[in-house]
Design a protein around this ligand. Structure first.
Ligand SMILES: [Zn+2]
Ligand SMILES: [Zn+2]
Length: 163
């Protein structure tokens, strides 16, 4: 997986948007976006591809914090609960949510080569899964659809190397 920490100005703008969105939602819900929770969210958004907990911990240590893994996990749990981030179980990484105010299930196209993630919000898929679960008397607590594959960029690169 490509690990780059450089962020373009576009990503910075997105990060700023995500942070202010999270602050607004927290105020509405009466929960606290502590400095650490805010920083963890910022780290996730600043990165071009989803991050694992230990990569996040590394950035926090670079900040000069004495962050222990449980602290980071608690911050991640909070962000997950509030719907500000999603956890992608197949890669064990976290990605920022593009609709942080709305509770929704995530659908993701995940590139196995570069780790890029595209979040979809197909309401039909959502409703179909809910209906299937309901028909089987199954109570859904999390509904994340992860589709693994290769993005266009990586496929182009592969065919370029093949020639
Ligand atoms: Zn989302
Ligand atoms: Zn890719």
């Amino acid at each position: 997986m490509k690990q780059s920490s450089d962020c373009s100005s576009l990503q910075l703008t997105t990060t700023q948007w995500a942070l202010s969105e999270a602050e607004t939602v927290c105020q509405q819900r009466g929960v606290r976006l502590t400095e650490l929770r805010r920083r963890v969210l910022e780290i996730i958004w600043n990165h071009s591809s989803p991050l694992g907990a230990y990569a996040i911990l590394d950035v926090l240590r670079n900040d000069g914090r004495q962050g222990a893994p449980p602290t980071v996990y608690r911050a991640l749990d909070f962000l997950l609960e509030q719907g500000f981030i999603h956890r992608l179980a197949s890669l064990n990484v976290f990605t920022g949510c593009r609709q942080p105010g709305a509770h929704h299930s995530g659908q993701f196209l995940i590139c196995r080569d570069c780790g890029q993630v595209d979040e979809l919000s197909n309401l039909t898929v959502d409703a179909a899964l809910r209906a299937e679960a309901m028909a089987r008397d199954f109570e859904v607590s999390a509904q994340t659809v992860e589709v693994l594959g290769r993005c266009l960029m990586c496929r182009n690169e592969a065919s370029h190397h093949a020639n």
